[in-house]
Design a protein around this ligand. Structure first.
Ligand SMILES: NC(=O)c1ccc[n+]([C@@H]2O[C@H](COP(=O)([O-])OP(=O)(O)OC[C@H]3O[C@@H](n4cnc5c(N)ncnc54)[C@H](OP(=O)(O)O)[C@@H]3O)[C@@H](O)[C@H]2O)c1
Length: 248
């Protein structure tokens, strides 16, 4: 039976993963971390009714408080943690309109907190001799696009960090696996404006299934849905003289 740590546990994708994991019957405890205690409690109360045999611990933390994030990891790893999913992330509908405070918040949430947590979680899992880490980047990190290159740059940071950590784990012959998750546009709280515009997005349950299966297999990169691996292969390799003419 597994204990699974979920950071950004109020995320639609993270919650769909929790349902997926719960339905395997292999989970005894979720440790949930999110910034908003009321929103988190609302979800975990309902979740506990559906899966009464699974214990849930809730922690609420401001993601710019790196010292508290580190301390919370130390407390969480007082017990063995089998898997950890990092799902916190934010995006702006109009990146060019944001102010300096919003930029700082995005850097803290998407980049600094993620790097800090990845480093701490890897350290503790390596010490315990086992563990699977999943961190949610995005297809937006694969190539800078006019629509969202600030968000894309923050996800490219996560991709490079995860790749470096995978390299470190290999050289240290660690049993810990690090999976970089790259969802395509997915139905969630973050994309509700796109859903309202009638855009066709992936179902969060399908994305969650790919994430849970991919992490279980220790895959280094998980595109979800899988078709995005091919789409991004093409987009990444488009010569710039063609790319610059397409508004994607
Ligand atoms: N949906 C997509 O199309 C898509 C595609 C590619 C990648 N992703 C990535 O997938 C992950 C999960 O996103 P989602 O789609 O599930 O969206 P979501 O439901 O909006 O979840 C975003 C998560 O990040 C947290 N968060 C946002 N701003 C925060 C802040 N300032 N401080 C602390 N936490 C903050 C949210 O907390 P609150 O609930 O308190 O707001 C929530 O837990 C994100 O990393 C996102 O970038 C999503």
């Amino acid at each position: 039976m597994q204990t699974i740590l979920i950071v950004g546990a109020t995320s639609s994708i993270a919650q769909a993963c929790m349902h997926e994991w719960a339905q395997t019957g292999q989970v005894q405890r979720f440790i949930c971390i999110a910034r908003n205690p009321e929103k988190l409690a609302l979800f975990t109360q309902d979740f506990s009714i559906r899966y009464p045999k699974i214990c849930i611990d809730n922690h609420s933390i401001a993601f710019d408080n790196l010292a508290l994030l580190r301390l919370t990891m130390e407390q969480c790893f007082a017990q063995k943690i089998d898997q950890a999913l990092l799902a916190q992330g934010m995006m702006f509908q109009d990146e060019r309109a944001i102010n300096l405070d919003e930029l700082t918040t995005m850097i803290n949430v998407n980049m600094t907190s993620t790097a800090t947590l990845l480093s701490e979680i890897y350290k503790y899992m390596h010490l315990q001799g086992t563990g699977k880490i999943g961190v949610i980047g995005s297809v937006a990190g694969d190539r800078g696009r006019n629509a969202n290159y600030l968000y894309g740059a923050s996800k490219a940071f996560i991709a490079t960090y995860a790749e470096g950590l995978q390299h470190r784990a290999a050289l240290e012959r660690s049993a810990v696996t690090v999976s970089l998750i790259k969802p395509g546009p997915t139905q969630s709280e973050m994309t509700k404006h796109l859903i309202a515009q009638g855009k066709k997005l992936a179902k969060v349950e399908d994305v969650a299934q790919q994430i849970v299966n991919g992490m279980q297999r220790g895959k280094s990169t998980i595109y979800a849905p899988k078709i995005w691996r091919i789409i991004m292969l093409i987009i990444r390799h488009l010569p710039f003289f063609i790319f610059k003419k397409i508004n994607i």
